[in-house]
Design a protein around this ligand. Structure first.
Ligand SMILES: Nc1ncnc2c1ncn2[C@@H]1O[C@H](COP(=O)(O)OP(=O)(O)OP(=O)(O)O)[C@@H](O)[C@H]1O
Ligand SMILES: [Mg+2]
Length: 264
């Protein structure tokens, strides 16, 4: 068997381009000018203390929050806007929904539909929202379940699964819309310690297979092993970024050093 060599297309046009992103909630400035490019196939891990704006930044990428300055482009389209007659126009709800089809998101709380089986949870968006045929959606869902190691659970309800299994179903569900980009916001924080490993293993597999991922996590081990780049955020700005061995192994900024010293 040949090893799968992951390619990060660093020379290609970035899949994500965030420029000078500002976000405030009333008087509270949460993002103060974030610049970040993510190449196709790249895995970026975002670290930072509580309240530094990590979740807010992910939510802006997915347009769950709107930004007040700067722009975010995903796959060549500006999030939340379209160009019409050389002018920027706010997208309609329908337009926003279309952009979100390119972006899968996995949260700390898995929020599976409790009254649906695992398979029904996964095909719900492709069939119900995106008009895919049931047959194709089921076929794809079964492949995804295989990928996350849960083929035998397709007929089970969420309450019959462990937290780690539920989170892996949530990952499969997010993948079912065939996103170009996956956002993970502390996907293992709500799990019992013994269940964290299986979810991280699934995410490492996805990373190896070349999925473009932005992952907010406190799992330093995952960052070291799976990240192409680590970004350290504090106070609404990116303080330091680079290869994991540099940022984690030899942090330059005092704030990064202070943050990482907790994990030693
Ligand atoms: N909808 C909102 N309304 C008002 N303030 C908000 C809102 N969402 C987030 N904030 C504030 O923005 C700041 C950044 O929050 P955010 O959730 O992005 O931090 P975080 O880095 O993800 O933290 P954690 O590690 O605790 O998840 C916090 O001060 C938070 O209270
Ligand atoms: Mg958060």
């Amino acid at each position: 068997m040949t090893a799968l060599v992951k390619e990060v297309a660093v020379d290609a046009k970035p899949l994500v381009q965030a420029r000078n992103v500002h976000k405030a909630f009333d008087q509270l400035e949460v993002l103060k000018g974030i610049d970040l490019d993510v190449a196709p196939g790249e895995v970026v891990v975002v670290l930072g203390p509580s309240g530094s704006g990590k979740s807010t930044f992910l939510r802006c990428i997915n347009h769950l929050e709107s930004i007040q300055q700067g722009f975010i482009e995903v796959d060549g389209e500006q999030i939340g806007y379209r160009v019409k007659n050389d002018r920027l126009e706010k997208l309609t709800d329908n337009g926003i929904a279309k952009q979100r089809r390119k972006i899968g998101m996995v949260f700390q709380q898995f929020n599976l539909y409790p009254h649906m089986t695992v398979l029904q949870n996964i095909i719900e968006a492709p069939v119900g929202v995106h008009g895919e045929s049931r047959k194709d959606a089921i076929e794809n869902a079964r492949q995804l379940l295989k990928r996350v190691g849960l083929s035998e659970k397709e007929g089970n309800y969420p309450r019959q699964l462990s937290g780690g299994q539920q989170q892996r179903v949530a990952i499969a569900r997010a993948l079912a819309i065939k996103p170009k980009l996956m956002l993970f916001d502390e996907p293992t924080s709500a799990l019992d310690p013994e269940l964290v490993g299986e979810v991280l293993a699934t995410m490492k597999d996805l990373a190896k297979q070349g999925l473009t991922m932005i992952v907010v996590t406190h799992e330093i081990g995952f960052a070291k092993e799976a990240a192409d780049r680590v970004v350290f955020m504090d106070g609404g700005v990116i303080v330091e970024q680079g290869k994991p061995e540099d940022v984690i192994g030899n942090p330059q900024h005092p704030r990064t050093q202070a943050f990482l010293s907790r994990f030693l």
